[in-house]
Every structure is written in C-alpha cells, then in structure tokens.
Design a protein. Sequence first.
Length: 263
Amino acid sequence: MAKFPKPPPFVRPAATFENEEDAASQPGWGVDHGEASLPHPEEMRAQVDEKQGQSKKKKTSCVLAVILVLIVAITLALVFTLGEEIGDGTLTFGGSGTGGSAGDSDSEDPGSDATNTERFIDISDFVTGRGISTIGTVSDKRSPQYKAAMWLAQEDPSKPYIPPVAGGDEYEKDLASSFAQRYILTVLYYSLGGEQWKENLGFLSKENVCDWYETFRTKSGTTVPLGTGCNSDGEVVRIWTPWENGLVGTLPDEIGGLHSLTS
C-alpha cells in the first residue's frame, strides 16, 4: 500500500499592507502577532468602577441643577412679593409693618432744611478729610458716626462753627481741634449706648466738652467727677464712664483722635 506524505500544517497566507495602520485595522492581523489574552479581572473591575463613577457624577450633576433652579425660582418669588409690598405701602422699613416712627434715626434725612443739610455735608467732609472717620461709617444711618454728625448738624444747641478741612491760622487750628473733640465724644456717646445711660454725665449739652461731666459723692464722702476732664489747653485727657452706668457696645476707632487722652 502506497504511503502518502503527511500534509504540512496550515499556515495563514501572508498579506501585504502599505503601513502598520492598515494592518491593525484588519481582524486577526496586527503588527504584533503574539498570542492574544483576556483582560485581567482587576482591569475588568476597574473598567466597571469607572463606568459606575461616571454614572454617579451625571446623577449628582442633575440633582444639583434641579436644586439650583428651585433656589432661583424661590428667590425671584420673594423679590417679586417684596416689591409688591413696598409698592402698596404695607411694608415700612424701621417699623412693624403698620408704619414707622417719624423720629427713627434710620429714616431721618441728613437735614430738615437746606441749612442742616449743608452742615451735615460740611461735618462729613471735615471728619473724613481729616481721617477721623471713614465715608462708609458716616454714611451708614445706623452707625454712631452718622448719629454724631446728625446731632452736630441739627440738634447741638451750641451750633458750633465747622472749620475747613485743611489750612487756616492758629485760631482756625484751635477751632478744628475743639470741633474734632466734640465730634469724637459724641461718637463715643452713641457707641456706648449713651441714650440708655443711667446718668447722662453732661454729654451732648451746649457746654464745651471739657464740661461734659457730673460730680458724684462716694460712700466715704469723696467727690468724683465722672465724664470728661481736660488740661489747661482744653485738650481732653480723661474720660471716666463706669460700666455700671449702663454702658453697652465697644469703643470706636475715633477715640484715637484724642491725642492727649491718658485715662
């Protein structure tokens, strides 16, 4: 019996490609003809985790977008409602909703007439120009600085002369120093709740600030002046205001303008 030779093993026919990219695009062909292997379990798990993370991020972004839309809608509704209340007069600033007091400091104008308005402006220019107070504090109707400027412009019975911001002779400088002290002590009064003090101590009177004090007798019979005290040059060197007098609040920065103050 004739024996036939064993056929050679099947060999994939060779193919010719113009470049490596064409070869890589054909199934079963590639530049590297090494054996293919399945991805490692850790690689598969990483791919699954990455897809889940992307899905969670998308869900979180959607939730945040919905919340943002709700916030904007609520804000617009509140603004619209507030605008209607202001328009029909049912909402009054500084009051309980039925109307505020005409004497509320928050609703007062810098002056009831041209003179007071001009004085208020001159006082603001003086204290800000000399660096005693800032424009922001003097302009804020709730601040002690604004209340002090208002009192000096409208209510101060002495109606003191308001010096220019800069320049002047020695006499003008003395007037400027005196006016600055009057303003600073008035700011101090409002900063420490002077309107509710048990004893006024002479503050906000028509007298010179060196006379803004009252004398009290201690249990031992000693008399003590409480309030301000000045030296022979008319410079404030002492302010005695016990906390037991009902002081509330904090000392204002303007107190640094009393250069001769010692206690």
